[in-house]
Design a protein around this ligand. Structure first.
Ligand code: NAD
Length: 730
């Protein structure tokens, strides 16, 4: 079946139904756009057609543009290919908007209405915005908006120009610059859609509107005489304030590293100075500019294409379906409680065990608290809360684990406690049950020794807070079998998170990379680099938290614990004495980080972070001579990136896609870069080698160029061209 099908009723109303048959959600392709164009031509040319309804054959309207298509446009035609493709889309949407009306009198057009049964995102909203009216079904689950900025682009199908012309730059800003999504009621209140009706009335009301529409109903404000932009044009006093404010806001939010946000603002500003059709052309040029930017293509590749591929099982071994039916969670502390909640919320029956009943109950109460917050925000109903809580059985009785097909253990980080718990669990579950540990530091292969079935033993490493963090790191011990990996992946899919699969090694992947980042910040502090400079340098390169804030959040005593364990494991080879000096001293001062309301930062009584603690200078005086910003940033980035390369060299990481997606979702590695491997590809291996050689000479062997990177530089190769040839940049 073609993506769009048109059927005309006897009353002269044609309905174009969008239904991409091989996908669960409609996504737009160039071919489908051309098909839509032909159907619109037919409807406008057919005298028996009075008007058109555009709707969907699915429960939602559309998820947006197929970003694989955008990637292909770039590959096939470069900048010109993208620009031509985008202008073709503008042509179709503008044709819908003008609907055959006389360009001078603005009369004689045919009414075209969009009827949205559910979610309408990206081009799935830009197409309706070119129609004369948007009617949505009253479906509180529906999300309506333009989220393109989240993957490093901006609404380039006329969405930017149309929204700004309708509501003004300031009011449109959160929808464009933050990708804010709304349910139908909120979208109507904001003026993004026109009407919300009962779901069974959607098409009835759409038809009624088409049949009653007048010529004036079809004329967009910007096509009418005397149109003025709401909020003022850029050169008006109000407009001037808007654009100065918006520029400052964008810079504060993006630190200037996201090309899409800047390009969007340019498209809005320049577009506001010219007539509508020229504004669309300007939007298309900036959109092309963004798509040609390596940062945007890397973001699309990691945050959309590869993230989705991993979620859909790109690295899943062939094994029968392992959907989890009954989950056992052992340890109802911070992590266990979170894991129990996300599983129960996904419809899985959960047995939550702790050593004491009060602890188990506290774990379940955590789920209740999260659901209550959802209720207060009107995201969760009382009925849903009752249903989710009913799925969690909080107990101390290991006998309740009978029938569990997956266990996630989250007890204290102690080898012998974990071994004892493992034995107790395995005595109470069936022989096929997969056992997973949420350890963050203990080797999976060693923990698996407590099981008679090490092939059924695996690491499933969640990040804190579990309900918010999207990444789950799955760790294979030496003997972990395919079914255990498939089970872990199927579980992660059920709870709608993004998995990466790595091999067992100290700190696995994410912590292995993040610890050197924190350590590099601490070293600089000890060297006399101004602390606020360290923090800002990190943020200016796109890290969400500076290293000192990050260690405050994760707790400084945890840093000490990890340092001690690493030192014991590495003996004389331990390289981080300078770091320990800082960490140990902080703990001696009773400053354990955010949790103790005192760390590298100061906090008020309510735990709100204030400035950096000025007592730092008493122990680590600030040098008069401060380093270059680039030096500080290269040290902070390379500390993480080189660890990622070493993880790939060591075989811990098996797929660079996982390395990039995991870095962004796991610890917020500069998302604009697409991840550590994408960043290295953007700067090129030769430049990366030059930076490493320079840093090694000045700061030590921790920056030594990995052999793999040197080899890529020697051969003029890149990570994606060598390791994922089918994964060219978008
Ligand atoms: P926590 O101290 O908050 O919770 C541990 C829970 O286990 C406690 O409720 C405790 O009563 C219970 N417990 C201890 N021994 C038990 C036993 N023998 N039988 C039953 N219950 C027992 O710890 P947490 O932060 O939730 O961490 C749990 C695990 O998750 C650890 O292995 C930790 O390394 C790992 N982890 C923690 C984080 C984090 O950010 N906190 C992140 C990833 C992984």
């Amino acid at each position: 079946m073609p993506d769009f099908v048109m059927k005309t009723d006897t009353d002269g109303v044609a309905t174009i139904t969008w239904n991409v048959t091989d996908k669960s959600m409609n996504v737009m392709s160039l071919a489908a756009f051309k098909l839509l164009d032909n159907l619109i031509d037919d409807a406008l040319a057919d005298a028996s057609v009075k008007g058109v309804i555009i709707t969907s054959g699915k429960k939602d309207f559309a998820g947006g543009m197929d970003l694989n298509v955008i990637a292909k446009m770039r590959e096939d035609g470069g900048a010109q290919g993208i620009f031509d493709g985008v202008m073709m889309m503008h042509g179709v949407l503008r044709k819908i908007e003008r609907a055959g009306m006389d360009p001078k009198t603005l009369k004689g057009g045919k009414p075209i209405v969009a009827a949205l049964p559910g979610t309408a995102l990206g081009i799935g909203l830009e197409l309706p915005r070119s129609c004369h009216r948007i009617i949505a079904a009253d479906n509180p689950k529906a999300k309506i908006g333009l989220p393109e900025i989240m993957v490093g682009i901006f609404p380039g199908g006329g969405g930017t120009t149309r929204l700004v012309r309708k509501m003004g730059a300031m009011v449109a800003a959160p929808f464009l610059l933050e990708g804010k999504l709304s349910d139908p009621a909120k979208a109507k209140a904001a003026g993004i859609i026109d009407e919300v009706v009962a779901p069974d009335q959607l098409l009835v009301r759409a038809k009624e509107w088409v049949l009653a529409a007048t010529d004036a109903d079809l004329v967009k404000p910007w096509d009418a005489k005397g149109y003025k932009m709401p909020g003022g044009a850029p050169y008006s006093p109000a407009g001037f304030m808007t654009f100065v404010g918006a520029s400052a806001m964008v810079h504060a939010q993006t630190m200037g590293v996201y090309p899409a946000a800047k390009a969007l603002l340019s498209a809005v500003y320049e577009g506001a100075l010219v007539p509508f059709d020229l504004a669309l052309k300007i939007e298309a040029r900036w959109f092309t500019n963004v798509l040609m930017n390596p940062s945007s293509s890397a973001m699309i590749r990691s945050l959309f294409i590869n993230k989705e591929a991993l979620e859909k099982g790109a690295v899943r071994p062939a094994a029968p379906d392992q959907t989890v039916k009954k989950l056992g969670v052992i340890g109802a502390g911070m992590m266990g409680a979170g894991i129990a909640y996300v599983a129960a919320n996904a419809g899985i029956e959960v047995v939550l065990i702790d050593a004491k009943q009060e602890a188990a109950d506290r774990g379940k109460a955590h789920a209740s608290d999260i659901l209550d917050k959802g209720i207060s925000r009107k995201k969760v109903t009382e009925a849903k809360k009752t249903e989710v809580l009913a799925r969690i059985a909080a107990t101390t009785d290991y006998g309740a684990l009978k029938g569990c097909d997956l266990i996630v253990e989250a007890v204290f980080e102690d080898m012998s406690v974990k071994a004892e718990v493992t034995k107790k669990v395995l005595a109470n579950v069936g022989k096929d049950c997969i056992f997973a540990t949420n350890t963050s530091t203990l080797p999976i292969t060693d923990l698996a020794k407590a099981s008679a079935h090490p092939d059924q033993f695996i690491g499933i490493h969640f990040f804190s807070p579990v309900e918010k963090m999207m990444l789950v790191e799955i760790i294979k011990g030496k003997k972990t079998g395919d079914r255990a990996v498939a089970k872990a992946l199927d579980f992660v899919r059920q709870i709608r998170k993004t998995p990466i699969v790595v091999n067992d090694a100290r700190f696995f992947y994410a912590n292995r990379c993040i610890i050197p980042y924190i350590n590099e910040g601490l070293r600089m502090l000890a060297e006399g680099v101004e602390p606020v400079f360290i923090e800002n340098a990190a943020k200016l390169v796109g890290m969400p938290l500076g290293p000192l804030q990050l260690v405050d959040e994760t707790s400084i005593d945890l840093g000490v614990k990890i340092a001690k364990a690493t030192r014991t494991a590495m003996g004389d080879a331990y390289p981080d004495g300078a770091v320990d000096e800082v960490l140990f001293w902080m703990v001696d001062q009773g400053r354990l980080g955010k949790k103790s309301n005192a760390g590298f930062y100061t906090y008020d009584d309510k735990g709100k972070r204030q400035g950096l603690w000025d007592g730092l200078a008493t122990k680590f005086p600030v040098n008069d001579d401060q380093p270059d910003l680039t030096d500080v940033q290269h040290r902070l980035l390379m500390a993480q990136v080189l660890e990622a390369v070493r993880a790939l060299e060591d075989g811990v990481l098996m797929d660079i896609r996982e390395g990039d997606v995991g870095a962004i979702l796991g610890w917020g590695f500069a998302p604009w870069s697409g991840g550590p491997f994408s960043w290295l590809d953007i700067i090129g291996a030769a430049r990366a080698v030059a930076i490493c050689d320079d840093l090694t000479a000045r700061f030590g062997d921790r920056f030594k160029t990995p052999a793999l990177l040197r080899d890529l530089a020697a051969k003029g190769d890149g990570f994606y061209s060598r390791f994922a040839p089918q994964q060219k940049a978008a």
